[in-house]
Design a protein around this ligand. Structure first.
Ligand SMILES: [Zn+2]
Ligand SMILES: [Zn+2]
Length: 132
């Protein structure tokens, strides 16, 4: 167990979570694309009970039924994802971590929504929708 820290684009949010991550993946679902304005979002999953916001104000947005996305209230950076189907877990945008290179990415998910020009060129498993 080791503390993993992160911050938003404007540095007003600082957070901490207990590592290592339980899972990490690239998500191409349309909600992630819209929330980030990007073709793909890399996420890492942690125990929600270990997530602490040490500084700054989050803005919580219910993006679909049962889904809450957390953004920085100041700069709008996408930071977290929680789904009532996975209680006890929180996903954090990998690139909000102080060391985005830390977690090991394990899969590509929701590639049914992936723009065609976004080419996957690694050997990780590809799931058209969610895993399982
Ligand atoms: Zn910010
Ligand atoms: Zn997604």
């Amino acid at each position: 167990m080791s503390a993993v820290s992160g911050h938003c684009f404007c540095h007003s949010i600082r957070f901490e979570v207990e590592g290592p991550e339980r899972f990490a993946c690239f998500c191409y679902c349309e909600s992630c694309q819209r929330a980030a304005g990007a073709p793909v979002v890399a996420w890492a999953t942690y125990a929600k009970s270990s997530f602490r916001i040490n500084q700054g104000e989050m803005q919580w947005n219910q993006s679909s039924p049962g889904v809450t996305r957390g953004h920085c209230a100041k700069c709008g950076a996408s930071i977290s994802y929680e789904n009532t189907k996975r209680p006890g877990e929180i996903d954090l945008t990998l690139n909000s971590l102080d060391d985005p290179g830390g977690p090991t990415l394990q899969a590509h998910i929701w590639t049914c929504d992936k723009p065609e020009w976004m080419i996957i060129s690694d050997e990780l498993p590809v799931y058209e929708r969610n895993i399982g």
